[in-house]
Design a protein around this ligand. Structure first.
Ligand code: ADP
Length: 541
């Protein structure tokens, strides 16, 4: 195949430099906010490619990043894959042990490091003798003195590296199936698993998230990308903006809700993406300071990675005029699988707002190129009637075929290209998928299954509740029983009797929690999801 016909990132990610040369990124690392145009992004990437080649980076080599969302991270995001190497973003919230265990496989010689994480990177270099170069992505912060890395490791300033390297003339012609990135799951249910993305899967996935019926992203949008670039390739939004010419706002590491709101207002952001815990915190900040932020420019937000509550979707709509687009995905699928805007078909457009709200609460339809099915435990296909629940199985253009370095959970990849997601779902007769629970989070009581997610959604809608997680507690008689772990909204109280009374309409008594445990805050994983592993360990019996 002629290289110009191949699905290569270089053909897609730099399009903005040609169609929207005056637009670009707004980045706010610790050394100050700046605007970088798309042609500057292209030039910086080509300079970085020269520097990487001078360090002997070859096709197939892995280049790691330990960084937040900013313009220097974008340099690596574009340069490394287009040069033929593999971009390897490391989750900055992992402990050293987790990082080293992944690098044991990936063997990255070069690590791009946010200045605030240099100590961590140097400790990592001590553990990983194959690391040769640390690239410090910005000046050291005030009060932090320079430190020396172990012998054999150079520390180079990112900006100086770009200044001293001329841009490469042309990007190489690669193969579609070449690996362009490696990402690991956030480890919500166990140890992280690493997945390889190819140029082909990433191009197809990026095209799909840029479709109108996903989130109506266009070159007229300003997108605040809150989902971290160190997880699941930032859901490919950096590439989608590079493809469409949308302005991209990169918030770096300060993700307090007040900061997010300041950025949304200051940059007249029209669209944004984050996990539900972030959006709930944003709503809490809005209601604590009425009138402080005017979200007049914000049209839609994507909430994905975990289930949003109905009240979150409704409050954004009714009080701020913002559409919540619910999304489901996983690292193993590049990572977006569904998006659920309020209305995509003629039939949905004719519905009233409250009927549409019901559709926004479910994860929605698969992106073109993906197929969703539900199965019973024996692998038999179950009906798509909106009621029957089963194991969610996905197949299609950007579904991984295996973990990059093997894993005990490998049997989730079927020989026919189908991936058992581990999620429990239903699918209706219009192709809309609803996540009912994660397989491992379902609670088995007296032989019957209880959905922790259904309880969490119902309890999360109580005005007294800031956050809620329902986990199984071992029980001699029933096997397992649900308990609700709740952090309360300011100046609120809630007891078990009230909780049971409120749930009575929607749940049978045996489905309701046996206990209510109040906590100051619910533990979150490195990507902002509820950390059920930590909760189960905290309430073992
Ligand atoms: P981890 O499995 O470590 O959390 P991922 O970040 O890849 O790593 O998470 C994928 C999982 O997150 C999905 O399999 C699903 O259980 C959960 N998830 C993602 N989106 C949603 C959603 N919209 N609703 C409920 N669960 C979701």
């Amino acid at each position: 195949m002629n290289p110009s016909r191949r699905l290569l990132l270089k053909h897609l990610a730099f399009r903005a430099a040609e169609i929207s040369p005056l637009d670009g990124l707004i980045s706010s690392p610790a050394d100050g906010e700046r605007f970088v145009t798309w042609p500057e992004v292209a030039d910086r990437s080509k300079r970085l490619a020269t520097a990487l080649s001078a360090w002997g980076v070859q096709p197939g080599d892995r280049v790691a990043t330990l960084a937040f969302n900013d313009h220097r991270h974008i340099d690596a995001y574009f340069a490394v894959p287009c040069l033929g190497a593999t971009l390897h973003p490391i989750n900055v919230r992992w402990n050293l042990e987790e990082m080293a265990s992944v690098l044991e496989h990936t063997r990255d010689r070069i690590v791009f490091v946010d200045p605030s994480l240099m100590d961590r990177a140097m400790a990592l270099a001590d553990r990983c003798p194959w690391i040769e170069h640390l690239v410090r992505m910005g000046p050291l912060e005030t009060g932090v003195g320079p430190t020396a890395a172990r012998a054999g490791v150079t520390i180079t300033d990112h900006d100086e590296l770009l200044q001293s390297s001329p841009p490469i003339a042309d990007w190489p012609d690669l193969e579609e199936h070449d690996v362009m990135a490696m990402c690991s799951t956030s480890g919500t249910t166990g140890i992280p698993k690493t997945v390889a993305y190819s140029h082909r899967t990433t191009c197809l996935h990026t095209m799909a998230i840029g479709l109108t019926d996903c989130m109506r992203l266009s070159g007229r949008d300003t997108l605040l990308a809150i989902v971290p670039m160190f997880h699941a390739l930032g859901w490919c939004f950096p590439y989608a903006c590079g493809m469409l010419g949308s302005r991209l706002v990169l918030p770096h590491r300060d993700l307090r809700p007040e900061r997010i709101l300041d950025l949304l207002v200051a940059h007249e952001v029209t669209a944004s993406v984050a996990v539900p815990t972030v959006w709930n915190a944003v709503l809490a900040a809005l209601s604590a300071s009425p009138g402080r932020w005017d979200l007049g420019h914000l049209e839609r937000i994507v909430s994905g990675g975990a289930a949003p509550t109905a009240s979150m979707i409704k409050t954004f709509r009714d009080e701020h005029g913002v559409e919540v687009i619910h999304s489901w995905g996983m690292t193993e699928i590049n990572p977006v699988g569904t998006m659920s805007p309020a209305a995509t078909t003629r039939e949905e457009a004719a519905l009233n707002p409250d009927q549409r709200l019901r559709h926004q609460q479910v994860a929605g339809r698969p992106l073109p190129g993906l197929k969703l099915e539900i199965q019973d435990e024996d692998g038999r296909r179950l009906p798509h009637d909106g009621e029957t629940t089963g194991r969610l199985v996905v197949s299609g253009w950007w579904v991984a075929e295996s973990y990059a370095f093997g894993h005990p959970d490998e049997e989730c990849f079927g020989p026919d290209g189908r991936l058992d997601t581990g999620d429990i779902a239903s699918i209706d007769d219009h192709g809309r998928m609803a996540i009912r629970d994660r397989g491992k989070d379902m609670i088995k009581s007296g032989g019957e299954w209880i959905s922790s997610l259904a309880l969490e959604r119902a309890i999360g809608d109580f005005s007294e509740v800031a956050a809620c997680a329902v986990v199984a507690r071992p029980d001699d008689r029933w096997g397992e029983r649900p308990i609700a772990v709740i952090s309360l909204a300011p100046a609120s109280s809630l007891d078990l009797a009230t909780l049971l009374e409120r749930l009575a309409g929607d749940f049978e008594r045996w489905q309701c929690p046996d206990d209510l445990v109040l906590v100051d805050s619910i533990p979150l994983t490195s990507t902002g999801k509820i950390d059920k592993k930590a909760l189960r360990a905290r309430f073992p019996s």
